[in-house]
Write a protein of this length. Structure first.
Length: 464
């Protein structure tokens, strides 16, 4: 088992240390005893959590933030080439390490599970982290979101298992060599980095090809892209392939998913035996994530019935159908969904949970490139709601694209029969929602941007 600080990472400096992926690696290194430092654009709870672990966190980006004795600078694909701390690293001849390389080094010598796929990575990784911890296996993990239970996105454990969210968006997941790889789905997304499905397949084939000899690929049996990938990698002689899903041919077959309000009861057929367990988040999509986690744990040799019971202890991840509260009989729930497939899955899950109540959605599109490519499908997904409010596009790292606005989504939603209201001022949303909502309704804030801030504001406005 390896738990030492990797070579040249004794005094790492993280540019953008507050990001979900970056902060996780920084936390694990700090817990292993490294002298961690870094910078971020603004103060946050994450920055405070890092300081509590002994890290030095600067706010803002400046050359002087990089210490002269730093042993490496860690960056993500979001860091621009003109960052002053990067320029200072070049002056000092400090090695620059991509986030994925840093994470790969942390996995060295451990039994790694890497979770990839366009939708569900964070949830599936979190389910495994919670279940393995519950079983006393003390795993290390790095997740793209904060667990509701432990309240963190990463941890250094003393066990020999490392569970990691493997990001396909920039091909960085190709750096890992896991014992078990999970592929939840294969779809065209991340349009800034992939021009076609062929490029996506090539990238996933490279990822799967890195699985250690004798290792296992756990892959969806129902999703077309995953089925195609399975056919492409079947001939890898050193790889065991385990499929899961509702398909009759699935190795781990989802026999039944029974909604129970904001939870689900899942029955699977595994090795000729039925196994039933509870998933504490609603919807078929999340039930499938739990079954993927189950199959991966079994591939590591963990008894299925123990793992199934432990998976029931998972209570969610922030922003993945997270209940923010209730006011005047209206429940407000937050969703990170920003791709049409994710949106549809979460809306169907909430439609099931709502029963005879109305479902109101506040949707904020994420990225101009994604809206340009998938705006029509986003609008069609919103037809699953009774009423929708659509905000302007959250740009994140992108510059505006002429002619690409949230109107693309709104027009498609109306064409699909949805009732949609455009709101250009985010601060006006609580008043708009309060004017729409009635006791018994469910309100879902949805998107990968700062729409998540609206939940508490909507609850406060409803209370008043």
């Amino acid at each position: 088992m390896a738990s030492a600080i990797p070579t040249a990472m004794e005094r790492p400096h993280f540019i953008g240390i507050g990001g979900a992926g970056m902060s996780g690696i920084a936390k694990i290194l700090a817990q292993r005893g490294a002298e961690v430092a870094g910078s971020d654009a603004k103060e946050s709870a994450t920055a405070e959590a890092l300081r509590a672990l002994g890290a030095t966190v600067h706010i803002g980006h400046a050359a002087e933030h990089l210490a002269d004795d730093a042993t490496c600078v860690v960056v993500s694909s979001a860091i621009r080439a003109d960052n002053p701390e990067l320029a200072r690293a070049a002056e000092l001849s400090v090695p620059v390490v991509h986030r994925s390389d840093a994470l790969a080094s942390l996995m060295g010598g451990l039994r790694a599970i890497a979770v990839a796929g366009t939708h569900g990575k964070t949830t599936t990784t979190s389910m495994l982290a919670v279940a393995l911890t519950e079983l006393g296996l003390d795993p290390s993990y790095a997740i793209g979101g904060d667990l509701e239970g432990p309240g963190t996105n990463a941890r250094h454990g003393e066990g020999d298992i490392f569970v990691a969210e493997a990001d396909e968006s920039d091909r960085s997941f190709q750096k890992y060599d896991p014992e078990v790889a999970i592929v939840l789905n294969v779809e065209l997304d991340h349009h800034a980095n992939y021009a076609s499905m062929d490029e996506i397949y090539d990238s996933f084939e490279t990822f799967v090809g890195k699985v250690r000899p004798g290792g296992t690929l756990v892959i969806a049996a129902d999703q077309p892209g995953a089925v195609e990938l399975t056919q492409r990698v079947r001939d890898l002689s050193s790889l065991k392939v385990v499929t899961y899903g509702e398909s009759e041919s699935a190795d781990v077959r989802v026999h039944k998913v029974t909604p129970r309000g904001l939870t689900s009861e899942v029955t699977v057929l595994l090795n000729g035996k039925f196994l039933t367990f509870t998933v504490s988040v609603p919807g078929r999509h999340y039930a499938h994530n739990a079954v993927a986690a189950l199959a991966a744990g079994v591939a590591l040799g963990i008894p299925a019935h123990n793992l199934a019971s432990a998976l029931g202890k998972y209570t969610g991840v922030k922003r993945r159908l997270q209940l923010k509260g209730e006011a005047k009989g209206v429940q407000v729930i937050d969703s990170y969904a920003h791709h049409p497939t994710e949106m549809t899955a979460d809306l169907e899950a909430m439609r099931g949970a709502a029963s005879d109540s109305r479902l109101l959605v506040v949707f904020q599109p994420h990225l101009f490139s994604r809206t340009q490519e998938l705006g029509k499908e986003m609008g069609e997904a919103l037809a699953l709601a009774d009423l929708s409010v659509v905000l302007d596009i959250y740009p994140a790292r992108e510059d505006p694209v002429p002619g690409v606005t949230s109107a693309l989504i709104i027009n498609a939603a109306k064409a699909a029969g949805a009732k949609v209201t455009a709101v250009h001022d985010k601060s006006a949303v609580p008043d708009v929602v309060a004017g729409m909502a009635a006791p018994g309704d469910l309100v879902l804030t949805m998107g990968a941007g700062d729409v998540t801030d609206l939940g508490p504001a909507i609850l406060a406005r409803l209370s008043n």
